[in-house]
Write a protein that binds this ligand. Structure first.
Ligand code: FPP
Length: 236
């Protein structure tokens, strides 16, 4: 594994659960359950077989609250089950779980399971799993701006000292930039996912729906990443 190039920070936009279910004549919820089961396997693969250190997942956007109530309620219950039980292997894998997003509008049971997961894994050192839940990249920039403005107003920060590092430290999580973002299901959009942190990321848009996006599909995407010539604005 050591001589194979892997992104340090991988983002996954887990799209297509609903269409996966619809094509099988099943309820959308079944697709989300299949997506969650796939996710657990995929994360086990990533943290045990690759040198990817940070994974950011787009689990639920601020806009996803506009979906039908029964779908939102189902997803919230699924998150609680995932965090309380299914992510057990992640915790045992020495991975630190952190969350990005706004706490407002999230049910107490979800917040409690998030807090417990954060606390249980805070000293883990092998990797980081950043779960974007009730997340919007635009809101993250708004919330960062408010935090910095407060520090300037209370005198703890000088305007001249605002740097890229200060901006990063005031995001929901202080993470390295995204190297590679995969959006499954064939949609070619970023949909407000970590828009600042992905400024130099490479992208891959496989057609596979997320519940079918297994470790083999991931390796195919990673092969695409390895073919990219990352120049970060430098001349060829
Ligand atoms: C997008 O598919 C998927 C979601 C909005 C939810 C993703 C959630 C999971 C995979 C559950 C596990 C997640 C975590 C991190 C705990 P869609 O419903 O938009 O599908 P469609 O585009 O086919 O309608």
């Amino acid at each position: 594994m050591s001589d194979v190039v892997y992104p340090n920070h991988l983002g996954i936009i887990m799209d297509g659960n609903g269409r996966w279910a619809k094509e099988k004549g099943l309820n959308r919820s079944v697709g989300h359950k299949a997506g969650a089961d796939n996710l657990v396997n995929l994360l086990d693969y990533i943290y045990n077989n690759t040198s990817i250190k940070v994974v950011s997942l787009y689990a639920f956007s601020t806009e996803n609250f506009k979906r039908e109530k029964n779908e939102v309620d189902y997803l919230m219950k699924l998150f609680v089950t995932l965090f309380n039980t299914k992510l057990e292997s992640i915790k045992k894998n020495n991975v630190k779980v952190v969350f990005s997003g706004r706490r407002e509008n999230l049910p107490k049971a979800v917040l409690d399971s998030m807090d417990k997961t954060t606390d249980d894994t805070k000293d883990n050192t092998k990797g980081i799993l950043n779960i974007c839940l009730n997340y919007g990249g635009d809101y993250e920039i708004v919330d960062m701006t408010k935090k910095i403005a407060r520090q300037v107003l209370n005198g703890s920060l000088n305007i001249e000292d605002i740097t890229k590092e200060v901006v990063n430290k005031n995001f929901y999580q202080d993470l390295p930039p995204l190297d590679f973002v995969i959006r499954t299901s064939g949609e070619k959009r970023i949909s407000n996912f970590m828009i600042y942190q992905s400024s130099y990321a490479e992208y891959d848009f496989p057609d596979t729906y997320f519940p079918d996006f297994d470790s083999k599909c991931l390796e195919e995407s990673l092969d695409n990443y390895r073919k990219r010539d990352r120049r970060f604005g430098n001349a060829k």
